[in-house]
Design a protein around this ligand. Sequence first.
Ligand SMILES: [Zn+2]
Length: 412
Amino acid sequence: MNTFQGLDQKAIDNFRKYLRIPTVHPNINYGKCSLLITSMHLCLLDECVLFLKGMARELQLDFNVFTIVPKKPVVVMSWIGQETNLSTILLNSHMDVVPVFEDNWIHKPFAADIDDEGNIYARGAQDVKSLGIQYLEAIRRLKRGGYQPRRTVHVSFSPDEELGGADGMKVFVKSEDFAKLRIGFALDEGIPDETDFWVYYGEKVSRSVKIHCSGQAGHGALLLSNTAGEKLSNILTSFYTFRALEKLKAERVGMSDEVISINLTMMKGGVQANVIPPEFVLTFDVRIPPSGDVTQFEETVRQWCKKSGDGVWVENFPKEENVPVTKLDDGNPFWVAFKNVADNMGVKVQTKVLNASSDARFLRSAGVPTIGFCPHPRTPNRAHQDNEFMNVTALIDGIEAFQKILPALADV
Ligand SMILES: [Zn+2]
């Protein structure tokens, strides 16, 4: 493995330190940023916010912790710009990571071991502690070079993104503290690609659709009519016929931008093997792209229920507010600045709708144009999988990309 020096080594060390803090679900103690550390034990538990506080101190960034929901701190560091009347730039990433199945890992998931090829193994190496460190290490380099941003740059670290952000970014964007940041444009996480820059300008609306199939209960030895099981079979056929067509479409146009994804994710019902139950309840994870017609899909599902027999119905078709997409055109000066940097670097930019969801949807719904972007080249996507890793060269290349992108955005 290559040896690294100076700022590169510092970035690698900080990345590994951050990865070793087990901010893993469930029941994360992010820390309360108390300086009253009375024992080593408390110090370890409060590690995450304290680590970030240390980074802010080192980089001479203003440091604030906003706690809208108890025990769910949102950390915001600020690099004050020269023209404080201008709207600001936000660089967001989340502190939390998803659980691990430790037996399946070749390295301990919170040891941040580094192998001979320079791969650092840890939960969060891709999703998304890498991004938080890359923002900060790019700022370190820019500061060393004497650069001063025109606009103020905020770097935020949110809690609970992996749980849907309900106690994190979702409530933070509605707070006065958030309004006071006066954000004009934001970057948030994306999914890395081997070579190109993938930029996410919108997200699919996620809905869990619950279908009740009720019918005649009775003895398991009889061939009764009108049973819940027959109706379940009918409704499944409707959902999965539709799914097969969407899958064909995905093979043609790719997974994200026009395709509705559907999966049966939960089934409930039955008490005993020889008793036909009065009801089965099915839950489907349905994701509709921003261009899709949610009302029409809802009507289609109601038709499927009707066709499947009496007593088949949808429980509260979930109404999540429709989040606007971020326009990527000449009318968005931040996008133009971003694109110019990529063009100058000779990197191809691909714009997409994110298949999953992230904090970006809350920023967009608060009126902040936001793009999802992770600049980790040559990184096969292992987010949420076993043996998640990031190569040190990809980490550093990403920092260097942000070294160009941040000033371009802050000087718009
Ligand atoms: Zn993430």
